[in-house]
Design a protein around this ligand. Structure first.
Ligand code: PLP
Length: 477
């Protein structure tokens, strides 16, 4: 494709993109495709001969779009958001065009140096300690993996990477990790990947507010030490996925310090809200943390993927992950950061650019305004749900997340309530008008309501709530 042809197609597609962003509400929020439907629309074999961009683009609209769940639809209330914004998309276009691979400083100095600067901007925007050093990762899961790997190295006297956990186990060294039972599944996944094994994950019970019980944490640690295990890491959760749980960071931090255990903080979703000074009591004690992760790709209007991972001791991170064969050596290595040493993958996209575009384009105050609006919308809806006798709040409002269920009077059978709410959720999602997801809270099936799409306004909330009530009250009628 010549640059002139590229220009023509790019203009057409940008026109489509602008139309899409302006009319995303015409689509069903959750794709209505059936399993196998999109696969069946794609030819069985690759084309032997070149095809025209016009044909490819037409097929994109006809065969691909029906299989898209519209995360940027303002009635997307499922999971957590993965919101985006026009400045972020524009930056992604430039990133794709440059297609630079930023694994080393030398392979694009701007990629590395802008990343360092953006991580400083974000750190200060969130009110995090200034001795934290950041790196952009592809996901919170990868960041937690990196944290668990460093914790493993430190706890084993830097032996695990060299000797392997099997040998260390034979020598009586078995590192263990602590999380609250409310913690995200990614912690358990990284336990598998990092070789600790799931059996070495201690899930600490939470209190009535879903926060980790620090008394039980201490007990578990003391028991493990008595039993000959090596406590390596505590992962505190700030804004859990199910209920938005917030662990008591300072108290956990003090336990971590006392026993010299790595403290990792998972604030994947809630971290973005820390740009609002009024939310920062959530991270009281964060100066005790060794690492901290949050996802600008969730709630900071920056396209997936963009995870901000902070560590207090980057040398420990590098010592754990760095491996520099001859072909990756560079003249400047001693004077610069080569971020490949700070993460599991070698190759790296230029992800800092979209942060630079987004933060400059909105300004910190503009970003604060939207997140404040989301929280205010959630407060209003929360009060409305509380006010209806046949609806029940299951987990309280945290920032812009709460969970509820339909619970008409006279029905007390838990299985029947679970089934009813499952049916409510599926009916709502099949309507295409809104998208919600479920959770189990202390055994009960609940519907989560999570607000955070960039364009969500009061009328989207009002419409959703009207739809939920009407659908619930006609269930089984
Ligand atoms: C979303 C989420 C994660 C996982 O994030 P990825 O970036 O998709 O790996 C981890 N922890 C919490 C609390 C989350 O909300």
């Amino acid at each position: 494709m010549s640059p002139e042809e590229f220009r023509k197609h790019a203009h057409e597609m940008v026109d489509w993109m602008a139309d899409y962003l302006g009319s995303v509400e015409q689509y069903p929020v959750r794709s209505q495709a059936r399993p196998g439907e999109i696969y069946g629309r794609l030819p069985e074999t690759a084309p032997e001969m070149p095809e025209s961009m016009a044909d490819i683009f037409a097929d994109f609209k006809r065969d691909v779009l029906p299989g898209i769940t519209h995360w940027q639809h303002p009635s997307f209330f499922a999971y957590f958001p993965a919101n985006s914004s026009p400045p972020s998309v524009l930056a992604e276009m430039l990133t794709s065009t440059l297609a630079a691979q930023c694994m080393l400083w030398q392979t694009s100095p701007a990629g590395t140096e802008m990343e360092t600067r953006m991580m400083e901007w974000l750190r200060d925007m969130l009110g995090l300690p200034t001795d934290l050093h950041g790196v952009i990762q592809d996901s919170a899961t990868s960041s937690t993996l990196a944290a668990l790997l460093v914790a493993r190295e430190k706890a084993t006297g830097w032996r695990a990477n060299d000797e392997g956990l099997a040998q260390l186990g034979a020598a009586g060294i078995t590192p263990v990790v602590y999380v609250s039972e409310e913690a995200h599944s990614s912690i358990e996944k990284t336990m598998k990947v990092a070789g600790y094994g799931r059996d070495c994950l201690r899930k600490i019970a939470s209190d009535d507010d879903f926060a980790m019980r620090v008394d039980l944490l201490e007990k578990a640690i003391e028991q493990d030490i008595a039993d000959g295990f090596t406590p390596a890491c505590i992962t505190a959760c700030i804004g859990g996925t199910g209920t938005g749980a917030v662990d008591p960071l300072r108290a956990i931090g003090e336990v971590a310090r006392k026993h010299d255990i790595w403290l990792h903080v998972d604030a994947a979703w809630a971290g973005s809200a820390l740009i609002l000074p009024e939310t920062r009591d959530m991270i009281d004690g964060v100066e005790l943390a060794d690492s901290f992760v949050f996802n600008p790709h969730k709630w900071l209007f920056t396209n997936f993927d963009c995870t901000a991972f902070y560590v207090r001791d980057p040398q420990a991170l590098e010592r754990t992950l760095s491996l520099v064969p001859e072909f990756l050596k560079s003249r400047e290595a001693d004077a610069v950061i080569d971020y490949q040493n700070w993460s599991v993958p070698l190759g790296r996209r230029f992800r800092a650019l979209k942060l630079w575009f987004v933060i400059r384009s909105y300004g910190v105050s503009g970003l604060q305004d939207i997140i404040r609006k989301h929280i205010k919308l959630a407060e209003g809806l929360y009060a409305a749900v509380q006010a209806e006798a046949d609806f029940e709040i299951i987990s309280p409002l945290r920032l812009a997340l709460f969970s509820f269920r339909y619970h008409p009077s006279g029905i007390e059978d838990e299985t029947q309530l679970d089934d009813m709410n499952m049916q409510l959720l599926e009916t709502l999602n099949d309507s295409g008008e809104l998208y919600l997801t479920q959770n189990r809270v202390r055994g009960r099936y609940t519907i989560r309501f999570s607000i955070g799409q960039t364009g969500t306004e009061q009328h989207h909330i009002d419409n959703a709530w009207a739809k939920i009530q009407k659908t619930a009250r006609t269930l089984g009628v």
